[in-house]
Design a protein around this ligand. Structure first.
Ligand code: TMP
Length: 206
């Protein structure tokens, strides 16, 4: 069973993933994109370095695809073959939302490159944490103040971009409701985390 966790920046995804990991226990593999392998982490650094690079959308898509090809072949497929539940923090839904709706690449182009990179591996279930970008922004700023570091992606991408990303996740869920669950992430974190765990456990049981 392959589960992807998706949502805009500041949707509370990381906390939900940690909670889900505690609920699922040792049998589950938690991983993330971009990243998931040493090579993928190196690509993540290229993509997300603060004040770093200015990639063309097509170049960004290919870097993400390269990290994903490595991740799927070396980590995700072997784990699935061993019968483990795999939960991935971001996957193709993020590519459709950020490189597609956000940066304007065509859906067909993204799907073609995704299928090429992964041998056509799509999640069995995608859980979308749906958050109003204004609320996510406030959370990000609070964290920035508390930690003195952290997210600067909102400022980098802009609120309008985040609204397009949100719309895309909701559209993806509406287009394939049997493979998606949308969770209202505009609520206290503990309620969101409990709902994510309940949805995933329900799906695994069904
Ligand atoms: P994270 O902090 O949630 O791991 O986010 C990583 C960033 O990478 C986030 O801003 C979204 C972006 N991203 C894409 O643009 N396309 C993708 O396909 C993936 C997986 C992430």
């Amino acid at each position: 069973m392959f589960v992807a966790l998706e949502g805009g920046d500041g949707s509370g995804k990381s906390g939900a993933l940690a909670h889900l990991g505690a609920v699922l226990g040792e049998g589950a593999l938690l991983t993330r994109e971009p990243g998931g392998t040493d090579e993928g982490q190196a690509i993540r650094g290229l993509l997300l370095a603060r004040g770093g690079h200015d990639w063309e959308p097509q170049a960004e898509l290919l870097l993400i695809a390269a990290a994903r090809a490595q991740h799927v072949a070396r980590v995700i497929r072997p784990a699935l073959a061993a019968g483990r539940v795999v939960v991935c923090d971001r996957y193709v839904g993020s590519t459709l939302a950020y490189q597609g709706a956000g940066r304007g690449l065509a859906v067909e182009e993204i799907v073609m490159i995704h299928n090429h990179s992964t041998g056509g591996l799509w999640p069995d279930l995608t859980v979308v944490l749906d958050v109003d970008p204004a609320i996510a922004l406030a959370r990000g700023l609070a964290r920035l103040r508390a930690e003195g570091s952290g997210e600067d992606r909102f400022e980098a991408l802009g609120l309008e971009f985040q609204h397009r990303v949100r719309r895309s996740f909701l559209d993806q869920a509406a287009a394939a409701p049997q493979r998606h669950a949308v969770i209202d992430a505009n609520r206290p974190i503990t309620a969101v985390q409990a709902d994510v765990a309940a949805v995933v456990l329900g799906f695994l049981a069904g």
